[in-house]
Design a protein around this ligand. Structure first.
Ligand code: ADP
Ligand code: ZN
Length: 710
């Protein structure tokens, strides 16, 4: 098959205009019935590597995957593209299974997803034997290796399946495998002359930021607000934290839920499903969450606590931005987290060797959190991909930090530590430096220490940060066994008595609210169109009971809004729209775009723009007061905009701004004014029983109701 016909098939079946790195070579190799091992990061686009050959080749392809929800997602996505796919696992019912068997017998099924248990169950292989099996894919292949992250002994038995179909193409795929694991996968599965495809672990669309865990909740709220409603995950170490954070986020208006291992199974499943279907925006989870979810539109990940190693961290981060849209990862670290892990490791029942490895892995993630240069490189180097060029999408690359001479500050801290008998934890040491009047200070007589209050000009949170830096530079040490008090080190004396210079870095400012720059008009117009397309997408998804992104991804919707096709033909050319979806949804989406152009009244007249700006703020969920403030207009003016939009048929709920009696009062006044068009005339009738603003809105409701009746 020629290159251009593969590309054409990619567009027809999946709607993509170009291959991602490696995909094309892998697919070509699969078309020749070869064997392959593919190592690609999460979101790299592994599925297409076997799905496209499966579609193009004669016969049936079998995909073995250990994660049921992931299988179901994939089948759903394939079917949404008009491709005959089915799954068989412990969760499929008898009727479905029967249908699937029939499809196999009819030769219509292209992809069959099975769990390893199913693949190895008695009779399965002999059932498949008479049919042409064009390809076998083993997903999450690291499970076959004892060196991998989640070894499953039965997984290695899959070589049975492979050996029964010697003419099939075979592809083993994984996102995590070091060199030893890679080799072991090929051996265990007895792959024949496998070609190994190792793609870069870099995820260029994810911005990596790391911060000291000080005032975490405040930082988080700003960060989440900046995400403009994209769904995300907050990973925490403890069950209790997941619950308290979810609660705090709900309080400020987010649809957030906790998720942890101790939760009731049914409820846990519900949280996962609600997240999948965008009914929940944020999940605050212990690490138990996310293994089996394939949600391409996750926009951000927060690690509220330090993750336990770089593998887990990067796997969790990798769940963001699978749709290729820009995504953000924010990680907090603290010494407390490290002590908690150390205790875990100490108390764990594993052999000493295991403990040593865990502890070293912990050191590495700690070093990552403290890195003063490109973070992506730290990660890539960890996975054996050596690089030193800056990545351009981590905090250090985006905002390089200059150090300053912090010798005097360091001397203050060290001297205070010494004078207090090296008996203070970090917080109390800062209180001494800042001359706090806290009870504990007086109880312990610390106000008498000579350095008491010498550092009062530096804020509490900056001190915490500087001391953290000093610990990392080996100037102070934490005595984990003894209530985590700070101790001096040999280096402390160098600084105190021999003028050793200390370089410190200013702590990251609290994440800034996005600058209130004036949004260009075209962008606001565009936002409105995106909102309408998004609404249609959700409506289609609801009807078919699939998640909205299975209809069209956010990226595809943005692309539609950019291209603005007004014929189905043009629509089918949009990146992300395949032939099947163009036929199925094209007309409806084109209609929305046409209607948007046709909204002359609201959008096109010279004053229309001001309405659109107000509408935009309304959709952001602002109150009347906030809208007025943002636009520097009177509330009554805002109300008049909303009234006009409402009367033009815009789907907005005005009643939320009204008090219970407002409609009745307005109705009476309106009648008394002889159904006047002028709010002023009606106001003369109602007097002060209703404000101008609310009268505007109430009249709009009454007028539209009246228009409907007549
Ligand atoms: P992985 O299994 O490697 O984690 P997926 O196969 O789920 O990744 O692909 C990740 C995302 O990238 C999916 O949303 C998929 O639709 C999209 N994708 C895959 N290949 C392409 C491509 N060639 N062009 C655009 N998007 C792609
Ligand atoms: Zn970088």
């Amino acid at each position: 098959m020629s290159d251009s016909s593969l590309l054409k098939a990619l567009k027809t079946h999946f709607g993509f205009d170009a291959f991602r790195p490696m995909q094309e070579e892998i697919i070509e190799h699969m078309m020749t019935d070869g064997h392959a091992l593919v190592i690609m990061p999460t979101g790299g686009g592994k599925s297409v590597c076997y799905q496209l050959p499966a579609i193009l080749k004669d016969g049936l392809s079998v995909v073995v995957s250990p994660l049921i929800s992931l299988m179901n997602d994939q089948v759903r996505a394939l079917r949404a593209n008009g491709i005959a796919a089915a799954a068989m696992h412990s969760g499929t019912d008898a009727r479905e299974a029967k249908e699937t068997v029939q499809q196999i017998k009819d030769g219509t099924l292209k992809l069959l997803y099975v769990s390893p248990e199913k693949a190895l169950s008695s009779g399965f292989i002999s059932f498949l034997q008479p049919f042409r099996i064009s390809l076998i894919a083993i997903d999450e292949a690291h499970c076959v290796s004892i060196w991998g992250n989640d070894f499953r002994p039965e997984y290695a038995m899959l070589r049975e399946l492979i050996s029964h179909f010697p003419d099939s193409a075979v592809i083993a795929l994984t996102a995590t495998a070091d060199v030893a694991t890679q080799k072991d996968i090929c051996d265990q599965l007895q792959l024949k002359n496998p070609k190994t495809y190792l793609s870069s672990f870099e995820r260029p669309n994810i911005t990596l930021t790391v911060q000291a865990g000080i005032q975490r909740l405040d930082h988080m709220k700003v960060f989440i607000r900046r995400q403009e409603g994209r769904p995300g995950i907050v990973y925490c170490l403890a069950r209790k934290t997941t619950e308290s954070i979810a609660k705090s986020l709900r309080k400020v208006g987010y649809k957030a839920e906790a998720y942890h291992a101790e939760m009731d199974n049914v409820f846990r499943k519900k949280v996962q499903e609600d997240f999948q279907f965008d009914r929940i925006e944020i999940v605050c989870a212990t690490i138990a969450f996310g293994m089996g979810i394939d949600k391409p539109n996750i926009g951000w990940i927060i690690h509220y606590n330090l993750p336990k190693n770089i593998e887990s961290y990067y796997q969790e981060v990798g769940r963001a931005g699978r749709d290729g849209q820009p995504a953000e990862a924010l990680m907090f670290y603290s010494f407390r987290d490290v002590s908690v892990y150390r205790e875990f490791i100490e108390k764990s029942s594993g052999p000493p060797e295991f403990k040593r490895v865990q502890s070293e892995k912990l050191d590495r993630i700690w070093e990552y959190s403290q890195a003063m240069n490109c973070r992506t490189n730290v990660i890539l180097n960890y996975f054996g991909e050596y690089r030193s060029a800056p990545c351009g999408h981590c905090d250090h690359c985006l905002q390089p930090q200059e150090g300053f001479d912090g010798t005097r500050l360091a001397q203050m801290a060290l001297s205070a530590c010494k004078r207090c008998g090296e008996s203070l934890g970090m917080g109390l040491l800062v209180d001494v430096l800042r001359g706090s009047g806290r009870k504990e200070i007086y109880d312990r007589g610390l106000q008498l220490v000579k350095t008491y209050g010498v550092g009062k000009d530096v804020s509490w949170k900056n001190w915490m940060n500087y001391i953290t830096q000093m610990i990392n530079q080996g100037l102070l040490d934490i005595d984990y066994v003894n209530h985590s008090v700070l101790k001096c080190t040999p280096l402390s004396d160098e600084v105190l008595y021999h003028q050793k210079a200390v370089i410190l870095h200013r702590p990251a400012e609290p994440l800034e609210e996005p600058a209130k720059k004036k949004v260009p008009r075209r962008e606001i117009f565009n936002k409105e169109l995106i909102r309408r397309l998004d609404a249609l997408c959700r409506a289609c998804a609801k009807e078919e009971e699939i998640p909205a992104y299975a209809v069209f991804s956010k990226g595809t919707i943005k692309e539609m809004a950019r291209v603005r096709p007004i014929t189905v033909e043009d629509f089918s050319q949009v990146e992300g729209v395949g032939k099947y979806k163009a036929d199925k949804y094209g007309q409806a989406f084109v209609d929305v775009i046409r209607a948007y152009f046709a909204d002359q009244d609201v959008l096109k007249n010279p004053r229309g723009m001001t309405y659109v700006e107000t509408l935009d703020l309304f959709h952001q969920g602002l109150s009347l007061e906030e809208m007025a403030k943002k636009r520097a207009l009177a509330e009554a003016t805002i109300a008049s905009h909303l009234s006009k939009l409402y009367e033009k048929g815009e789907q907005i709920d005005l009643k939320q701004f009204l008090l219970p009696d407002d409609l009745a009062i307005a109705k009476q006044g309106w009648r008394a004014s002889g159904f006047s068009d002028q709010v002023k005339k009606v106001k003369e009738q109602t007097g002060d029983s209703i404000s101008y603003t609310r009268l505007h809105l109430a009249l709009a409701v009454l007028r539209r109701d009246a228009a409907k009746e007549s």
